[in-house]
Design a protein around this ligand. Structure first.
Ligand code: RIB
Ligand code: CA
Length: 314
């Protein structure tokens, strides 16, 4: 077994973020979750913070270290996605309000302090939402960049286009300036774009296997997915919706499920028409230096087998 990885999860729950967090907590032999940081994204920070704590308690982890981060993007008005995730961001299942509290430290300072405390190259960052918290940390403490083992981020798209505009994927679109800072930072990046996550559809037979687990966490996840997928099923006419964020955690657990290549990725921040577009030089025509390992293919059945088996452990 590979050594146990120390990770920080930065997230804007979101039903698909919840699935990713469940997968991480269900894998304690492989992953040590040092902390989880909430960012405004799918819904405002007050809800992403609440939702993050709801997911921690659902997973039996009221002890988890939860921190609140940025309430809005670095330089743009907040854009949210209630049309996908519902008013609360976790619509679809009725759960009690969380009783666990957030830690006093700001998420940006938690990220900085943890990276300075832990040995160089020991901590992997997993971002499931806009990159605002990480970008602010890199701006405030540039010394942390070489200390990061790698960043595995859900965001961007290329062959698949965008999902919030024709050109841009939501996480990058919400805060393109943050994404630009992160992709220019020199940290090793693994990018999970829509090109991968649109292959991870919550098909009926896949969801049925999660429901068959018969546990409360599994049933809550099934209820969340039933709500979450309806927007994309309507939009794409597909069997199920794309389960974006767990791809980040699955990559840490079984990287062999994924394939991609080192590419240059630049972020559009000036154009109104294509703001937030991730310009992926897949065919290496620009001569620009590769700054990310961009994933393009995934074993979707293998991914859902992993997710189902692990959720069954909660
Ligand atoms: O575009 C999909 C991404 O935006 C996912 O992380 C989803 O949770 C939203 O944050
Ligand atoms: Ca997310």
């Amino acid at each position: 077994m590979a050594e146990r990885r120390k990770i920080i999860i930065d997230t804007d729950p979101g039903q698909d973020d919840a699935a990713a967090i469940m997968l991480a907590f269900a894998s304690p032999d492989e992953l040590e979750v040092l902390g989880l940081t909430a960012v405004a994204g799918n819904v405002p920070l007050s809800f992403t913070s609440r939702n993050l704590r709801i997911v921690c308690e659902l997973c039996g982890r009221p002890d988890a270290a939860v921190y609140e981060g940025a309430e809005k993007p670095i330089a743009r008005p907040q854009v949210t996605a209630e049309h996908v995730h519902g008013r609360t961001g976790l619509d679809g299942a009725e759960l009690p309000e969380p009783t666990m509290t957030v830690r006093k430290t700001h998420a940006v300072d938690f990220i900085i302090e943890t990276l300075r405390r832990e040995p160089e190259g020991a901590v992997t960052l997993c971002t499931l939402g806009p990159l605002t918290n990480l970008a602010l940390a890199l701006e405030k403490a540039p010394d942390i960049a070489p200390r990061i083992r790698e960043l595995v981020m859900m965001g961007g798209g290329f062959f698949e286009g965008g999902n919030i505009t024709p050109a841009a994927e939501f996480n990058v679109y919400v805060d393109p300036e943050a994404a630009k800072i992160v992709f220019a930072s020199g940290i090793p990046i693994v990018m999970m774009p829509l090109d991968v996550t649109h292959q991870l559809l919550t098909k009926k037979d896949r969801v049925a296997k999660i429901a068959a687990l018969g546990t409360r966490p599994a049933q809550v996840l099934v209820d969340w997915l039933a709500f979450f997928e309806r927007f994309d099923v309507e939009k794409y006419g597909s069997d199920g919706g794309p389960l974006h964020d767990p791809s980040v955690i699955a990559y840490l657990l079984k990287p062999e499920l994924f394939s991609g290549r080192e590419c240059n990725v630049e972020i559009e921040t000036r154009s109104e028409l294509t703001a937030g577009m991730t310009v992926v030089d897949w065919w290496r025509v620009s001569g620009r230096k590769a700054n990310a390992r961009v994933m393009r293919d995934v074993d979707a059945d293998g991914f859902f087998e992993l997710l189902t088996e692990r959720v069954g452990r909660l």
